[in-house]
Write a protein that binds this ligand. Structure first.
Ligand SMILES: *Cc1c(COP(=O)(O)O)cnc(C)c1O
Length: 364
């Protein structure tokens, strides 16, 4: 049996008729940018997260850098972020000229809240909280630290649609929650897409103007903005997927509970869940000192895996200019050397999962 790490086609076929109907409806409408689908999606997604406002954007990266731009965080400012994140989190900070300051992760792969304070300087303006792999970060102490130091909080929820900390949705703790709808995310589009959520009407208004060349009224430009619009087709298709989020989340949770229960191998460390947090399982990430051996073995058995992520941002070529030497973030670097994401996707069959479990358990 051949198993791929992800199968986006399965997610499509689960609701094929609804997706196809919506696509035809949008194509036939003659209205493709900033119309009814986008405004309906914005309302529905705001309600889903429990935020007052949602503004659709062209990608998750745009959501991040536009968030920092609107908060006025750039050149000369520092933003605290976990070291083991996807590089887009860091680019969201540096596109505006701000400097990322990396903090080591905890055992749940999210920022270690106890290690934030020691990194705060007079230049620190914000904490970017990433809810990595789909699990909510430790928000109570993070928000407490931010309040005591007067810092802004931006949340990178690109992997955490629907994940909660103490019953509250990720994306609603800080000033701005940033989402991606890249096809592989838990709420995925069929192309690129993103959004911010916020409870602040001024922030929502500013982002709305900024995403459309700095204009809300056609040809009246208030500021130098950008073009970052969620399009009607993606918004319509996202509305279909959003209406099934509960089932999709439950299905993935079921798969992961099975992995947690049935994977038994002394060399594989399974993911844990923080008390008070929920995990929506964007990825099921294990850790092993024998990673390359395991990848080769799974490869021979036609099971695909992905490493999220093999090179931490501070060691990537793009960020050599930060001059952060190897060895300065030992936990982050250790994770980069040992993490592995095993197959997980909506529409996975019980047989497929059985095969992955048996193969992993038989790793010699
Ligand atoms: C996917 C992702 C992004 C970027 O989203 P895009 O829509 O691809 O621009 C940002 N941060 C994290 C943690 C991500 O996983």
């Amino acid at each position: 049996m051949k198993i791929m790490p992800n199968r986006l086609d399965r997610g499509f076929y689960l609701y094929q008729r609804e997706f196809e109907q919506k696509a035809l409806e949008v194509l036939r409408s003659g209205w493709y940018i900033l119309g009814r689908e986008v405004s309906s999606f914005e309302e529905e997604f705001a309600a889903y997260t429990g935020s007052r406002y949602c503004v659709g954007l062209a990608s998750g990266l745009d959501a991040l850098w536009i968030a920092f731009r609107i908060l006025g965080i750039g050149q000369g400012d520092e933003v605290i972020v976990q070291g083991n994140t996807y590089i887009a989190s860091v680019m969201g900070i540096t596109i505006n000229g701000a400097t990322p300051v990396f903090v080591e992760p905890d055992e749940y792969y999210n920022i270690n809240a106890d290690k934030i304070e020691e990194k705060i300087t007079e230049r620190t303006k914000a904490i970017l909280v990433v809810h990595l792999y789909g699990q909510a970060s430790n928000m109570a102490p993070i928000m407490d630290t931010a309040k005591r130091h007067g810092l802004r909080v931006v949340e990178d929820c690109a992997q955490s649609h629907g994940a909660c900390f103490q019953g509250q949705m990720t994306g609603t703790f800080g000033d701005i929650g940033c989402f991606s709808f890249y096809p592989s995310k838990n709420l995925g589009a069929f192309g690129d897409g993103g959004a911010i959520v916020t409870n602040d009407p001024k922030i929502a208004g500013d982002v709305r103007v900024f995403r459309n060349y700095g204009s809300e009224k056609r040809y009246y430009n208030q500021v130098v903005g950008t073009n970052s619009r969620l399009d009607e087709l993606q918004a319509g298709l996202l509305r279909v997927r959003l209406s099934h989020m509960k089932e999709l989340e439950e299905e993935k949770r079921g798969f992961c509970e099975r992995y947690l229960k049935e994977l038994k191998h002394p060399d594989l460390l399974l993911p844990g869940i923080r008390e008070g947090a929920t995990h929506i399982w964007h990825q099921f990430v294990i850790r092993t000192e024998r990673r390359q051996e395991l990848i080769n073995y799974l490869d021979r058995n036609e099971i695909g895996t992905i490493i999220h992520y093999p090179i931490p941002p501070h060691l990537s070529e793009a960020y050599q200019y930060l001059n952060i030497r190897e060895g300065s973030l030992p936990i982050t670097e250790k994770y980069a050397e040992t993490v592995l994401s095993i197959p997980l996707y909506n529409g996975m069959t019980a047989d497929e999962q059985q095969y992955v479990i048996e193969t992993l358990n038989s790793f010699q």
